[in-house]
Design a protein around this ligand. Structure first.
Ligand code: AHR
Length: 497
């Protein structure tokens, strides 16, 4: 059997884990909002029309920053359409997804939901077909005390107190030719500067995310980011990164090594942020906001055919996808010094951990790694050394069979995440913390399955599901365990520190 050793030291730290890295994304697209979180006709709907079964499942994921209302949708969205009495709200054609949007859910309902779910609202403004002034007005609606046009409108809509939305995205994927209102980087930067300037004049406490490159395969990758960062200077609290990964080649070991490329993407954009900061002799560092990420390649149904709540991109996830999701989270934790926000795209039905069908819902394989990690997110990320065998991949260079990350909590708990990317062999793993004794196992879970393509379905909803993992030995202050092929374990140890 192969073996690997994990090396840690409590003073070798990357940085505190920002809880917002465990964020989500809710877009008006397909059946994410309607029939996803909101479905007044569902047997599980509460008095507000929200699906309690879906919300209960989402609560297990302890999501933090919730990005809304898009996505591509936002580049044609006018927020005024979504406020006020429902019966007066217009039904419009959403050009991003060629769908019918009745605006039954808008700002006030989203904020209500965010409060219930303990989500940090993260609103994207329309910089595609919208104006900088429209964006500024939305900040006034959300964040100012009553006594002005838009704050009084909010009060009339039943919300006297400001919503105090701190996180705002200046548009979505504006570098993508498919985006409504797509423009070259210089023009986007001017629009974003105008909007951002006014938005901050309305509320100087807000933080803003500027659009970075949305697809590393676009020819403008990196150059777009440089132009945007240089133009936006102080308005760029964060720059966005997007990444959807694929296994078209059906090469599982290669696919699992995509974390190399995610690490590289993060390091490249962080390096650029630091370079621009240096060039501008600025004290302000732009951080990274990975505000769309997931596996997505099996379902590209994106034409809503002018229907309400059409079935779009309802990707079915398998075991290898779940291991890749764990890989994303490992990468974010390993870069806790630069990645401050991340949003899995999305939360229900659209490329999501949860699917709904009528009154039923299904937890997909990718639900479990998110749950296993989010439980263990509080603390400081540690530098991690993995000493073990490697393999060579088609696309991503040399990868270690074990992908890993670790978080040290403010108490004496050590959280260790390890994935065995070997498709055939188990891996013996030893965890050593040089300056502490690992005293006991507090709790651990493992996710594995019969094969890489195993997936949950309504007929077999528990084929790929996390279970408690007790097969851990603590000896001489170290932990040892055996990880089956294609598995991820999340473990919490008590240390003597
Ligand atoms: O998450 C689905 C879509 O993917 C988003 O609307 C868009 O931003 C991205 O291209």
């Amino acid at each position: 059997m192969k073996s690997s050793k994990i090396h840690l030291h409590s003073s070798l730290q990357v940085g505190p884990v920002d809880p917002r890295v465990f964020g989500g994304f809710l877009e008006h697209m397909g059946r994410a909002v309607y029939q996803g979180v909101y479905d007044p006709d569902c047997a599980h709907a509460d008095e507000e029309g929200f699906r309690t079964d879906v919300l209960d499942a989402l609560k297990r994921l302890r999501m933090t920053a919730m990005r809304y209302p898009g996505g591509n949708f936002v580049s044609g969205y006018h927020w005024l359409d979504g406020v006020g009495p429902r019966e007066n709200r217009p039904t419009v054609i959403d050009l991003a997804w060629n769908s019918i949007e009745p605006n039954h859910i808008g700002t006030d309902e989203f904020i209500l939901l965010a409060r219930r779910m303990d989500w940090t609202p993260m609103l994207s403004v329309n910089l595609g077909t919208g104006t900088p002034e429209e964006a500024r007005n939305w900040v006034e609606y959300c964040n100012t005390a009553t006594g002005t046009k838009y704050s009084d409108m909010r009060a009339e809509n039943g919300n006297q107190d400001p919503f105090d939305v701190k996180l705002w995205c200046l548009g979505n994927e504006m570098d993508g030719p498919w985006q409504l209102g797509h423009v070259p980087a210089e023009q986007y930067a001017i629009r974003a500067q105008q909007a951002g300037h006014m938005m901050k004049l309305i509320d100087k406490s807000i933080e803003m995310v500027v659009c970075g490159t949305c697809d590393i395969d676009l020819p403008t990758y990196i150059e777009w980011d440089r132009v945007v960062l240089e133009h936006l200077g102080n308005h760029a609290d964060y720059i966005s990164l997007h990444r959807y990964v694929r296994n078209f080649e059906n090469d599982t070991p290669n696919f699992l090594a995509v974390t190399n490329s995610i690490d590289q993407q993060i390091e490249a954009i962080d390096g650029l942020c630091r370079a621009v900061q240096t060039k501008q002799r600025s004290l302000k560092r732009a951080y990274l906001c990975f505000d769309e990420w997931n596996v997505w390649y099996k379902n590209y149904e994106m034409d809503g055919k002018r229907q309400f709540a059409p079935h779009l991109v309802e990707e079915v996830y398998n075991l290898e996808d779940a291991l890749v999701v764990a890989g994303f989270l490992n990468s974010f934790l390993r870069h806790a010094d630069s990645v401050k926000i991340a949003n899995i795209a999305q939360i229900v039905n659209i490329i999501a951990p949860i699917l709904t069908r009528g009154d039923d819902h299904l937890l997909q394989s990718i639900f479990y790694p998110f749950e296993m990690y989010t439980k263990r997110r509080d603390g400081v990320s540690l530098k991690i050394g993995v000493d073990g065998p490697t393999y060579t991949t088609q696309t991503y260079g040399v990868a270690s069979y074990v992908d890993a990350s670790a978080v040290l909590s403010s108490g004496a708990d050590l959280h260790v995440f390890t994935t065995n990317r070997d498709t055939a062999e188990s891996m013996e793993i030893r965890v050593d913390m040089a300056d502490r004794t690992i005293a006991s196992l507090v709790a651990a879970e493992i996710l594995t399955g019969p094969d890489a393509k195993a997936a949950n379905s309504y007929e077999e909803p528990e084929r790929v599901k996390a279970r408690a993992f007790d097969e851990v030995t603590i000896r001489n202050g170290q932990a040892a365990y055996e990880l089956p092929p294609l598995s991820v374990a999340a473990m919490t140890f008590r240390t003597d520190g």
